[in-house]
Design a protein around this ligand. Structure first.
Ligand code: ASP
Length: 583
């Protein structure tokens, strides 16, 4: 037996017990006649004492050789501590050691294994197994487990069945590139790793499983943006015989259950907003609604004067920053520089100070009088003491820019409280999205999403106006879930592929299996998938998902610990019949 108790377990009531503990040496303090060792395992830290008078001399000698992160086993008696440590649950006792076994030595770790470590991100990633010994990382992984358990509890109670779907498949398009795996037995052919289990979960509905879920890895070969992982985890779900309302109900319930169980907060009905409304009011399809600063569109109150910049703009739009009229010229210039950074990309910014005395002072006083500015204040909801920031230009761009400014200011003003949860459904997404690069329409969600029946006639005349039965769940400015009611008949699916620019042959080649299945009594169905890593991070109060993934990849998609991706040897290449032609 390696241990009778864990390092987090013993209390004052255990005094006089003979115990055996095992764990890692967190640190040692050698006072000559006495040595103290902090012994750590997943459950906590227990203090050991080696005392010249009461511990056998050979054991004391051995204790002197212990270094950080040695793995040891000790036997001894639980005694009351003289100077108690109120900060840890085991702080009232210590173990008077009588036997010590060194189970394994450790070389000096490259960073200190403590809550506040001296190790930078890179070194901690390279030695992730040491990083996991630290409380912040360990606790995050345990927190993730808790959330996963609550997800499984809730969905199982609702009658969902967890079914595993394969990883070696054919492309399932979710808008990214596939990771591919060469097949040795099928020369020249490749599997794709799933971008999501989308087609399989639909086939499970055709198979009559009725309610499916899976906490599942998905793989997307995208240019990595900050805080994205090439492999990530989804809570993937699908239901048969449902309408959008049924799905929103169940998954609003799941989210409420998680926030209640994990954060002990009760949340009422989730507000809903159409995609159009979200874009118009927040410039963004995943608005953070924990604070205001709603957009006020100003075209009609700005384009009657000689200010060419506004007159030429497709959209003129502003937000009122609360209590910011007192910003100095320098502070405002800094804000203007911020929106002009290439990452944001605005050409400039017009501002209006709403003075406490009810007058206005703007950067465009040459063009606009007090009456004009009062109208801008009304449109943006500005009150005395606020600062109105106005951007103009092409609609999509300006919305994105002003939305970035809104989020930045909220962050600076401390309005993004991680302990406050404000979920929101965004519904009625467009079915199709114009892609400038390929000059084609793409499915905004994925090609299996059903159009709203009443919009189908627009598919030919105004494809961009067709709305989908698609919805996103947004939490604190993050899209945490998205799904749709699916197409379940072959004809509509073929029509969809046609509009996405597939020839019937291409559609058959790629998705023939799904269209075939639709001919055998496919039930109406729909579903949703949650980004599990992100959800856990938000519930945990952090915005970075890396902390909640045991072995994450870095910003270039590398695992720096195992050093992957890596070359493979010639023999393997030969077996796969792959010839590399690297210049
Ligand atoms: N497969 C979709 C996704 O990964 C989710 C869904 O439509 O259920 O975003």
């Amino acid at each position: 037996m390696y241990r009778s108790h864990s390092c987090g377990e013993l209390r004052i009531a255990d005094i006089k017990k003979e115990v055996t503990l095992a764990g890692w040496v967190q640190k040692t303090r050698d006072k000559g006649f006495m040595i103290w060792v902090d012994l750590r395992d997943r459950y906590g830290i227990t203090q050991l004492i080696f005392d010249e008078e009461r511990t056998p001399a050979a054991v004391v000698e051995k204790a002197k050789t212990l270094g950080r992160e040695f793995v040891i086993q000790v036997k001894g008696e639980v005694i009351e501590r003289e100077s108690k440590n109120k900060n840890i649950p085991t702080g009232e006792i210590e173990i008077l050691v009588t036997e010590l076994t060194i189970l394994n030595e450790s070389i000096i770790p490259p960073f200190t294994i403590e809550d506040e470590t001296d190790g930078g991100e890179d070194i901690r990633m390279k030695y992730r197994y040491l990083d996991i010994r630290r409380n912040p990382v360990k606790n995050s992984l345990m927190f993730r487990h808790q959330v996963a358990m609550q997800v499984r509890n809730y969905l199982s109670n609702e009658g969902f069945v967890e079914v595993e779907t394969p990883y070696l498949i054919k492309s399932t398009p979710e808008g990214a590139r596939d990771f591919v795996v060469p097949s040795r037995m099928n020369e020249g052919q490749f599997y794709a790793l799933p971008q999501s289990p989308q087609t399989f979960k639909q086939l499970l509905m055709v198979g009559g499983m009725d309610k499916y879920f899976q906490i599942v890895k998905c793989f997307r070969d995208e240019d990595l943006r900050a805080d994205r992982q090439p492999e990530f985890t989804q809570i993937d779900c699908e239901m048969a015989f449902v309408e959008q309302e049924d799905i929103l109900g169940i998954f609003e319930g799941l989210t409420r259950h998680l926030i209640s169980e994990i954060k002990d907060q009760k949340i009422g009905d989730f507000p809903r907003m159409t995609y159009d409304e979200a874009m118009k009011t927040y410039g963004n399809d995943k608005p953070d609604i924990r604070f205001g600063m709603k957009f006020g569109e100003l075209n009609h109150v700005t384009q009657h004067k000689d200010f060419k910049v506004f007159n030429d703009a497709e959209l003129v739009v502003g937000i009122a920053i609360p209590d910011a009229a007192s910003y100095t010229r320098k502070e405002i210039d800094k804000l203007i520089d911020w929106v002009k950074r290439p990452q944001v990309g605005a050409l400039g910014m017009v501002y209006v100070k709403c003075n406490e005395d009810g007058t206005y002072k703007s950067s465009v006083d040459k063009f606009y009088d007090q009456d004009d500015l009062a109208k801008w204040a009304a449109e943006t909801g500005a009150k005395a003491g606020d600062l109105i920031c106005v951007l103009s230009g092409q609609t999509n761009k300006v919305r994105a820019q002003l939305s970035a400014l809104r989020m930045e200011l909220a962050e600076r003003m401390g309005l993004r409280n991680p302990e406050e949860f404000a979920p929101l459904w965004v519904v009625d997404f467009p079915l199709l999205e114009w892609d400038e690069e390929t000059e084609r329409y793409h499915a905004m969600h994925h090609p299996f999403t059903s159009p709203k029946p009443e919009d189908i006639p627009l598919l030919d005349s105004k494809p961009g106006d067709v709305r989908a039965n698609a919805y996103d769940l947004v939490l604190n400015g993050n899209e945490i879930g998205g799904g749709s009611i699916r197409i379940h008949d072959k004809k509509t699916q073929a029509l969809m592929f046609d509009h996405l620019g597939f020839t019937p042959e291409e559609a058959k080649e790629q998705f023939g299996f799904l269209m075939d299945a639709f001919q055998y009594g496919a039930p109406p169905h729909g579903g949703i998938a949650f980004g599990f890593d992100r959800l856990v991070a938000i519930l945990g109060g952090q915005e970075t998902i890396r902390d909640y993934i045991a072995f994450p990849k870095n910003n270039s998609g590398r695992d720096v610990m195992i050093d992957a991706p890596a070359n493979i040897d010639d023999q393997q290449l030969k077996e796969l019949n792959i010839k590399l032609d690297l210049q």
